[in-house]
Write a new protein. Structure first.
Lengths: 248, 355
């Protein structure tokens, strides 16, 4: 069995009186694709935000490569090699695609005076080849905010790859993307996993996508962990079906 | 901002104009010197407000702080500051050429250093504020500094400090200070032009477009913000020091912290020329300064109304300023084009995976 890259233990998070996550435990094995599903409002994005340090957790522990990270800030965690994409796609909308890619280089080992250097030619080559990988090479000099929503999503994915993360947390990567392009995106996610060796942890609403993509799936409902298993287990789990159809 | 592709003749024309102008129009030497000061104002404001998206209304603080630092240093090199200021201008500092320029140099340099220190400290405090809160917060800093300077007796309080007297004739003084302002503007331009060619530019642009994303990508946001404001403060501090010496008299309300004139002009000039561009602030400052001088001469009494109309037209019809308007009009001239080839290897394969 692979080692766990991310280990979440008994994490709880409440906003005022609303309990978004209660006693969540899960682990994301290195080199695999893990899924996270659950009905709307079940606490998936809150859990993502807790993991990447967007807000402090109320209790529990989050470890990344064995290191406790629940007290670290967003930037520190990102520099450790754990990156997330957003449900509402976020790119640098007034810069062109190439610039979006260039500034997404890893900042793990940057020293103070590195900010006054230029990007080496290899970085530009890498940026362009990744843009080609997601199919945006032609549009690389366009202002990214003028791209279609789907293209922005692809750009955001390419930016994440540019950062050489160890693990990528994707919040609904296929939401809002034209159905005919979803297959292409699944293919690219799988290639990012197999060719670049990036561990993926994916929130997804599209059942066809997640069942196709993930090797193991966690299911949240009402802020609690409902079920865990292979795609087949999850699909046939009566509790999961009830949660989605509203039997609660 | 991308690499500067301005043709060389533009620089040659500007440099020539800068050198020749005071000789051709000696009566306007001070006005043209202030034009270079305006260029410096717009460039330093745009570095933080345009390129980084932090709309500061308090950058004038560094101008005034630099001015006071240089005043204290220059006076303090020859006499006791407290005694000098308590004499309320009864005593004037008359120096020889060497002492004058030596102390001026020291004053300008220490003003720059002091303002950078202020910027580093203020960055820690102010950059926790975002959007309009940052704008109001920085305005508060400028206003507070103005009030403090007005009550601090050691630096002259409300009645100010008289600067050392220039040892030569007034015309000569005008020319010398013209030269200094011109050089300051050129050095500022060269510095920001260089900054915009490094990865620093992409980082502060990223902060402008989506700071939360920049944080999520691991960019050292506070570090970049501090450097941007410090560079801005460095040049503003020097310009304030030189301005104080040109005026000959430093007091808090009209000279050191003119929040509603220079402090607002900085913003207006950048918006007019097009914020977030290299040339926008230069064009905006030039246009603004010319319009301002003309209305002050020919529309006296209505000059503020004329400026108000200019600002309204700018904000309502040309929100992106002159450069921004040109970029949306002729995007291909700014390199915003679709590439015909589908791949970095130049092949035109069909299909691909565009969305």
């Amino acid at each position: 069995m692979n080692e766990s890259l991310i280990v979440v233990e008994n994490v709880s998070k409440a906003f005022g009186g609303v309990v978004a996550n209660s006693n969540i435990s899960l682990s994301v094995p290195e080199g695999r694709i893990t899924g996270l599903i659950g009905p709307n409002g079940s606490g998936k994005t809150t859990l993502f935000n807790s993991i990447v340090g967007y807000h402090p957790v109320d209790s529990g522990s989050i470890r990344f490569q064995g290191r406790e990270i629940s007290k670290l800030r967003v930037q520190r965690i990102a520099r450790l090699g754990m990156l997330r994409t957003f449900q509402q796609t976020r790119i640098y909308s007034k810069m062109d695609c190439v610039q979006n890619m260039l500034i997404s280089v890893p900042h793990r080992n940057t020293r103070f005076f590195d900010m006054f250097t230029r990007f080496p030619p290899q970085t530009l080559e890498k940026a362009e080849s990744l843009l080609e990988f997601v199919g945006l090479y032609q549009k690389r000099h366009l202002i990214s905010g003028d791209l279609s929503f789907g293209q922005q999503k692809l750009l955001e994915f390419a930016m994440a790859l540019m950062n050489d993360p160890k693990v990528l947390l994707l919040d609904e990567p296929t939401a809002g993307i034209n159905p005919t392009l979803i297959n292409g995106l699944i293919d690219r996610l799988k290639r990012a996993n197999s060719e670049f060796g990036i561990t993926l942890f994916v929130i997804e609403h599209n059942m066809r996508v997640i069942m196709n993509l993930a090797e193991s799936i966690y299911c949240l409902a009402h802020g609690e962990m409902l079920a865990y298993g292979t795609p087949d287990d999850i699909q046939n789990d009566q509790r999961v079906i009830d949660a989605y159809l509203g039997a609660h | 901002m991308q690499n500067d592709t301005t043709p060389a003749w533009v620089y040659i024309v500007i440099a020539t104009a800068g050198v020749v102008a005071p000789l051709l129009f000696p009566a306007y030497t001070n006005q043209i010197a202030f034009l270079w000061l305006m260029v410096l104002f717009a460039l330093t404001w745009d570095l933080v407000g345009g390129q980084m998206g932090y709309n500061s209304l308090g950058n004038i603080f560094y101008f005034g702080a630099g001015m006071y630092i240089s005043a204290v240093v220059q006076v303090g090199m020859f006499t006791d500051v407290g005694t000098y200021t308590s004499a309320r201008g009864g005593e004037q500092l008359v120096l020889g050429y060497f002492d004058y320029f030596y102390s001026l140099g020291a004053g300008v340099l220490l003003a720059a250093v002091g303002c950078v220190i202020f910027a580093v400290i203020l960055s820690r405090i102010m950059f926790g504020l975002r959007g309009p809160y940052f704008a109001i917060g920085t305005l508060g800093v400028a206003l507070a500094a103005r009030e403090l300077a007005g009550t601090w007796e050691w630096i002259g309080g409300g009645s100010g400090i008289a600067m050392p007297v220039y040892p030569g004739l007034p015309d000569e003084k005008s020319l010398v200070f013209y030269g200094i302002f011109f050089m300051l503007a050129v050095v500022t331009f060269v510095c920001v032009r260089w900054l915009y060619s490094t990865r620093f530019a992409q980082a502060i642009n990223a902060i402008r477009d989506d700071e939360a994303k920049a944080e999520a990508m691991g960019i050292h946001t506070l570090r970049h913000k501090t450097v941007a404001w410090s560079v801005s403060a460095f040049f503003l501090g020097m310009s304030g020091a030189v301005f104080g010496n040109l005026t000959g008299f430093v007091e808090p309300l009209e000279v050191a912290f003119p929040t509603v004139t220079f402090g607002i002009f900085m913003v207006v000039m950048s918006l007019l020329g097009g914020k977030g561009t290299l040339w926008g602030p230069v064009i905006g400052a030039t246009l603004f300064h010319v319009i301002k001088e003309v209305t002050w001469t020919y529309l006296l009494g209505w000059q503020w109304v004329a400026l108000g109309v200019l600002i309204i037209v700018n904000v309502v019809f040309f929100q992106d300023g002159i450069m921004g308007w040109m970029q949306s009009r002729w995007p291909e001239r700014f390199g915003i084009t679709v590439d015909a080839s589908m791949s970095s290897r130049g092949g035109k394969r069909k299909g691909g995976a565009g969305a």
